[in-house]
Design a protein around this ligand. Structure first.
Ligand SMILES: [Zn+2]
Ligand SMILES: [Zn+2]
Length: 271
């Protein structure tokens, strides 16, 4: 299974010289196995993925997008996903309750110029209940819920005897959430929310971020260790986090847990 990061930023897309190495697009990850694709979240990174698919494979595509939830930074790339404009494309948008309504609503006046019917592809919307296992050939997907304002789904995706856990926008609180540990037990790659530092989370360097729905990178490391994962990707970087800051966090985190790295736009992982 091949993993490619198209957007690793949280909350809002950023640009500028301080963010070039990490990348500024919001969450979007491509999983590829034996020519089939599964996309995790449709943040602004989805636009670049669409352009790459058109360049490499032509104007139409067939794939499923699994949404963690429908906060803006996870859906804003959908109206700009090039293959969705082609009538031969077939795209399934799957996520928690209300995924269809949210995607339709973001393409409505007065905040967007054209409606979702502008997308000529065949679109199907699927609501996923948590604690389910489903088959999206050649992938097996385990779905679980966790804590985040308005709810969040986390996924364990397996293919070719490899496993990836996608756990963005999760808040553990004071102890690690058992649901995350159970889902990611022994995974080859855990992609984990690392928006804050522990000091930021606890309000030592500004407002407390408790209840904002995210984790510290320190918690991500602890979760990765407790779950016994092979590799840990620090993900959903805060929009204020500069390249040197990401590199510093990555360096300390990797000393604490071998196999840890900061997800960066364009980064590929072969499992
Ligand atoms: Zn987010
Ligand atoms: Zn969110």
């Amino acid at each position: 299974m091949n993993v490619r990061f198209w957007g690793v930023r949280g909350s809002i897309a950023v640009s500028g010289g301080s963010f070039l190495r990490t990348g500024g697009n919001t969450t979007c990850i491509e999983l590829e196995h034996e020519g089939s694709r599964l996309v995790l979240d449709g943040g602004t990174g989805l636009q670049a993925l669409g352009s790459a698919l058109i360049a490499e494979h032509g104007p139409s595509t067939e794939l499923t997008v699994l949404f963690s939830h429908v906060h803006w930074d996870h859906i804003q790339g959908v109206p700009f996903f090039g293959p969705a404009f082609h009538p031969d494309s077939r795209i399934v948008f799957a996520g928690g309750p209300g995924v269809e309504e949210a995607l339709v609503r973001q393409m409505r006046p007065p905040t967007f110029p054209v409606g979702i019917e502008t997308l000529q592809a065949r679109l199907d919307f699927v609501e996923l209940p948590p604690r389910q296992t489903l088959r999206i050939d050649p992938f097996t997907v385990h779905v679980e819920a966790m804590s985040h304002p308005d709810g969040i789904l986390i996924y364990r995706i397996e293919a070719g005897e490899r496993s990836v856990v996608f756990a963005t926008d999760i808040e553990h609180g004071d102890t690690l959430d058992r649901r995350l540990l159970d889902l990611s037990c022994g995974a080859d790659l855990l992609i984990h929310d690392a928006q804050y530092t522990e000091g930021e989370y606890r309000g030592l360097t500004g407002p407390s971020r408790r209840g904002w729905g995210h984790s510290s990178w320190e918690q991500a490391v602890e979760a990765g260790r407790a779950a016994g994962v092979d590799r840990l990707a620090l993900f959903h970087h805060d929009p204020t986090r500069t390249d040197p800051q990401v590199a510093m966090i990555e360096s300390v985190a990797a000393q604490r847990l071998c196999g840890t790295f900061a997800a960066r736009e364009g980064c590929r992982v072969a499992l």
